[in-house]
Design a protein around this ligand. Structure first.
Ligand code: IPM
Ligand code: MG
Length: 363
């Protein structure tokens, strides 16, 4: 198969981790007889620096003309004081919208080898396997009006949380469909005791659930879900939630399983799928060669699965990641104070090697 991809390295550690994801993808493509066609484009701060636009037209065109997009990260303190539309993050939000990527899948799995990397006790975290299904094109991120108005000292800021029934229904269906392939549980997370958006959310999700009688639906307020996520993470299967709650809970889930650096994501449902690690640009460690590339590598695996239907290839990369962790390789975020850590590129090379080795063994 020809895999026609746009690569968006972006800012901070984005280019470093993306390079390793591409290395592993190349190894998988070679091993399974696929051909990669890659073009790299600017997004975020890198694009602002080059063309004063966080999502230049040629980036959008390239993404729309490819079969999938692999992104690193956006965000740079250099643009912290820019107006909203000229911030690096605005480029990513526009890209998600241009691609129609309304469904953001964020798995948080506790790798057996990493039980001790979690701040939680082993018996609490062991076996955690969560899939956060985050609505990605609605809510506070995109609602209008939005502004900061007035004069210094008496300014007022406004954001709008807005959800339509059809937006809730389509993301709910994604969650229920995915739950069917897992442990058949959906936890819908909202704040229905306070927010109208959440009351509508709960109503629509409850209605959609009638089409999935084999899936068990429960509802939880977001504050209480946040607590349960650290108390009993193994109780969670599919978590269905709106944009902002999903952003917050997915970082928390990263902490639960040992490091945000491990978390991958797929943003799907539109014309072209977008794949990116959940961690941000981490400017404090950028360029040091210590970032964890596994979130980016696992995002590449999600791409093979969701955009190309290449399940054995995706599973091969995921198995390679597990086996490298079993062998004891750790980046700094996972190594703890006493353990020894490998660099970003050594971790990537180890995974690429493990992909090659697993394919050369008799199947
Ligand atoms: C994420 C990030 C983004 C988000 C930022 C960079 C806009 O935090 O993907 O979780 O809030 O969606
Ligand atoms: Mg986030």
């Amino acid at each position: 198969m020809l895999l026609n991809l746009t690569i968006l390295p972006g800012d901070g550690i984005g280019p470093e981790v993306t390079a390793q994801a591409v290395l592993v993808l190349q190894a998988a493509a070679d091993a399974f007889g696929h051909q990669l066609r890659l073009q790299s484009k600017n997004i975020g701060g890198a694009a602002l620096a080059a063309a004063n636009d966080p999502l230049p037209p040629d980036t959008i065109q390239a993404c729309l003309a490819s079969s999938a997009v692999l992104m690193g990260a956006v965000g740079s303190p250099a643009f912290d004081h820019n107006p909203t539309h000229l911030r690096p993050e605005a480029g990513l939000l526009r890209l998600r919208r241009e691609l129609g990527a309304f469904a953001n899948l964020r798995p948080a799995v506790c790798f057996a080898a990493l039980v001790d990397a979690s701040p939680l006790r082993a018996q609490v975290v062991c076996g955690t396997d969560i899939l956060i299904v985050r609505e990605l094109l609605g809510g506070l991120y995109f609602g209008a009006p939005r502004s900061i108005e007035g004069t210094a000292g008496s300014r007022v800021a406004i954001n709008t949380m807005r959800y339509g029934e059809s937006e809730i229904e389509r993301i709910a269906r994604v969650a229920f469909e995915l739950a069917r392939k897992r442990r058949k549980k959906v936890l819908s997370v909202d704040k229905a005791n306070v927010l109208e958006c959440s009351r509508l959310w709960r109503e629509v999700v409850t209605c959609v659930a009638k089409d999935y009688p084999d899936v068990k639906l429960a509802h939880q307020y977001v504050d209480s879900a946040a607590m349960l996520l650290v108390q009993r993470p193994t109780d969670f299967d599919v978590v269905l939630t709106e944009n902002m709650f999903g952003d917050i809970l997915s970082d928390q889930a990263g902490g639960v399983v040992g490091s945000l650096g491990l978390l991958a994501s797929a943003s799907i449902g539109g014309k072209v799928g977008l794949y990116e690690p959940v961690h941000g640009s981490a400017p404090d460690i950028a360029g040091k060669g210590i970032a964890n590339p596994l979130g980016a590598i696992l995002s590449a695996a999600m791409m093979l699965r969701h955009s190309f239907g290449l399940e054995p290839e995706a599973a091969c990369i995921e198995k390679a990641v597990s086996s490298v962790l079993e062998e004891g390789y750790r980046t700094a975020d996972l190594a703890g104070a006493t353990g020894s850590a490998v660099s970003t590129s050594v971790m990537g090379q180890r995974v690429a090697e493990a992909v090659k080795v697993s394919r050369s063994l008799p199947q």
